[in-house]
Design a protein around this ligand. Structure first.
Ligand code: GCU
Length: 336
C-alpha cells in the first residue's frame, strides 16, 4: 500500500512474508515468527528522547501482549516526514501511529486550540489534573470524524524563548524574528509579544538559528538540548509562555482493519506508555538543563512582574481563539 510516495505502515502479512516497499528499515515479516500485523510509528525526536522512549515502551508492550502478533516499527528523527506531513499520512492510513505536538493538530479540532493557549495552566500539576480529568477525554473525543484517533497524552514540559543575543524582557522581544511551529495561534502569540513569527519545521530550526534566518525560537529544555539549539542560541529566558501537551495518535483507517482484541491491547499499552513517558520527562528535562547550563548557556530568570507583562500581552488571544469555547477555558482555569 503506497500512497503519495509514502509506504503504508499497515501491513497484513496474510501470506506470512511481506515486503514493505520504500520504507527503509522495515522489510520483511518473517514467515515463521507468527507476526500478523506490522505497523509504523512516526516520531520526530531522537532515539533517546522521552517521547521516543515512550514509543519504544509502547511497541514492546503491544508485541508482548499480543504474543508477537502485532509488531510496531518506530521511525524516529522525522524519517517518515515532518509532523504536518505525518499527520496527513496518518489520516489516510499511510502511517499507523505518531506522537505529535498539539500545536500541529489544531486544524482537526477547535477544542485542541484551547489546551495550548498561552499561560493557561498554573503549572505542570494543574495541566495534568485537566488532561487526566474529563477535559482531556472531551478534547480527545473532539477529533471524531477527522481520521485521527487520540490514544494518550504525553508530557512536553513548558516552553520558553531562546535567542542568539541576550533578551531578558518583553521589551527585548520587539522586532525579533522568532521561529514558530506551523500554527496560527503560535504566530499570533509571537506578534502579540512584539516579535515577528517565522514558521519553520522542527528539523530545520537548528540551521535557521545558525544562519541567522531567525533570531530565536522557543521550546522546552529537553528539545533545546536534544536538537543542539543551545549551541546557536545560548540565552534561554524562562518566560514559560505555554505548555503544549502532546498526543499519541492512531490512524482511524488502521483501526478499522484490526481485530477488537488487538485494539484493546493497543489502547491499554498507549496509556501505560504515557505514564512511562511522564516519569521519564522530569528526569530527562533536569538532565538536559544541567547539560546546557554547564556548557556555558545562560538561564535568564524573569521577575513575576515582568512575566505579568507577557501574560497581559497575550490575553486578547483568548477572545480571538476561544470565543466559542469560553466555558472550556473557565473549566480549565477553575480546575483545582
Ligand atoms: C516539541 C515536540 C516536537 C515538536 C517541537 C516543535 O519539542 O516534542 O514534536 O516538533 O516541539 O517545536 O516543533
Amino acid at each position: 500500500m503506497s500512497r503519495g510516495g509514502i509506504t503504508s505502515g499497515f501491513i497484513v502479512s496474510l501470506l506470512g512474508t511481506l515486503l514493505l516497499p520504500g520504507c527503509a528499515g522495515v522489510s520483511v515479516a518473517p514467515a515463521d515468527n507468527g507476526t500478523q500485523y506490522v505497523l509504523s510509528y512516526a516520531e520526530n525526536q531522537k532515539e533517546e528522547y522521552p517521547t521516543t522512549r515512550g514509543a519504544q515502551y509502547f511497541a514492546s508492550k503491544v508485541e508482548e501482549k499480543t504474543n508477537g502478533k502485532v509488531k510496531i516499527n518506530i521511525f524516529p528523527e522525522a524519517q517518515l516526514g515532518d509532523e504536518t506531513s505525518t499527520i496527513e499520512q496518518l489520516t489516510f492510513g499511510g502511517i499507523d501511529f505518531t506522537r505529535v505536538s498539539l500545536a500541529t493538530l489544531t486544524d482537526y479540532s477547535e477544542e485542541a486550540v484551547v489546551l495550548m493557549m498561552p499561560y493557561l495552566y498554573r503549572d505542570s500539576d494543574h495541566m495534568w489534573r485537566v488532561l487526566d480529568g474529563g477535559i482531556g477525554d472531551e478534547v480527545m473525543t473532539s477529533f471524531e470524524g477527522s481520521g485521527i484517533v487520540p490514544l494518550s497524552w504525553y508530557d512536553a514540559g513548558v516552553r520558553s524563548f531562546y535567542t542568539a543575543q541576550r533578551v531578558d524582557s518583553l521589551a527585548g522581544m520587539k522586532g525579533l524574528s522568532i521561529r514558530v511551529q506551523p500554527s496560527a495561534l503560535m504566530e499570533d502569540t509571537i506578534r502579540a509579544l512584539g516579535a515577528d513569527p517565522v514558521p519553520v519545521e522542527f528539523e530545520n530550526v537548528y540551521s535557521a538559528l545558525q544562519t541567522g534566518e531567525v533570531d530565536g525560537a522557543e521550546n522546552n529544555w529537553s528539545s533545546y538540548e536534544a536538537m543542539d539549539h543551545y549551541n546557536v542560541a545560548p540565552y534561554y529566558m524562562e518566560d514559560e509562555h505555554t505548555r503544549i501537551p502532546e498526543l499519541q495518535i492512531m490512524s482511524e483507517s488502521t483501526r478499522e482493519k484490526l481485530p477488537e482484541e488487538y485494539l484493546a491491547v493497543i489502547d491499554e499499552c498507549a496509556k501505560d506508555s504515557a505514564e512511562y513517558e511522564r516519569r521519564l520527562w522530569q528526569e530527562q528535562e533536569d538532565a538536559a538543563k544541567e547539560k546546557v547550563l554547564s556548557s556555558g548557556c545562560s538561564e535568564i530568570k524573569i521577575s513575576s512582574s515582568e512575566k505579568e507583562k507577557f501574560k497581559e500581552a497575550v490575553e486578547p488571544l483568548y477572545e480571538q481563539y476561544c470565543a466559542g469555547h469560553m466555558d472550556l477555558v473557565n473549566d480549565i482555569r477553575e480546575t483545582e
